[in-house]
Unconditional design. Structure first.
Length: 177
């Protein structure tokens, strides 16, 4: 690899860190439920991405690619760990904007996500948290678009049933951004 190429790669990689770090961290925090684990996962994601950066054909699709690396790391880690309730406090610090859910709403959403399978939770997070289209999610997860639609529909149905079983709690997943 030439010196100029290495310099260009470093600059591009630095841009990725600047632009995507908070999104990756938030995604990892929702997936793992642990602040320290989420930070480690994001750091490991960037390390793994740096090692194979040359394999990314379309540099404009860095976020989906980084999320794929992160997802694989999180799934590997989740085989050995459980999600932690401290996440709510951390997410509330990240989401202290005027239109963000309050702590009670975050807790409801967090508990509701526990009722979803890992694949449903991941697909719903990609759609609701990051705003990816069904097609983009299909490409990221390397599954048919119908599978994406089915996972999201099942996740929403699970959340609707949960809302009906606990009418005192209003779970508005669409408010979660």
């Amino acid at each position: 690899m030439s010196f100029l190429k290495k310099k260009t790669d470093k600059a591009l990689f630095s841009q990725w860190i600047t632009h995507y770090h908070s999104k990756l961290y938030r995604h990892a925090l929702w997936m793992t439920g642990n602040q320290d684990s989420a930070m480690e996962m994001v750091q490991e994601t960037y390390y793994q991405a740096w090692l194979v950066m040359h394999q990314l054909k379309d540099k404009n699709k860095a976020l989906p690619w980084l999320l794929t690396i992160l997802r694989r790391l999180v799934y590997r880690e989740q085989r050995c760990q459980y999600r932690d309730v401290e996440t709510i406090n951390q997410l509330s610090l990240l989401d202290n904007q005027a239109d963000s859910p309050n702590n009670d709403q975050l807790l409801d959403i967090y508990k509701a996500l526990d009722h979803l399978s890992a694949t449903q939770r991941e697909t719903l997070l990609l759609h609701a948290l990051h705003g990816f289209s069904y097609q983009e999610i299909s490409e990221q997860l390397n599954v048919p678009i119908g599978t994406v639609m089915s996972r999201i529909a099942r996740a929403r149905e699970t959340l609707r049933k949960l809302q009906k079983s606990e009418p005192s709690k209003i779970i508005q997943f669409n408010d979660f951004k």
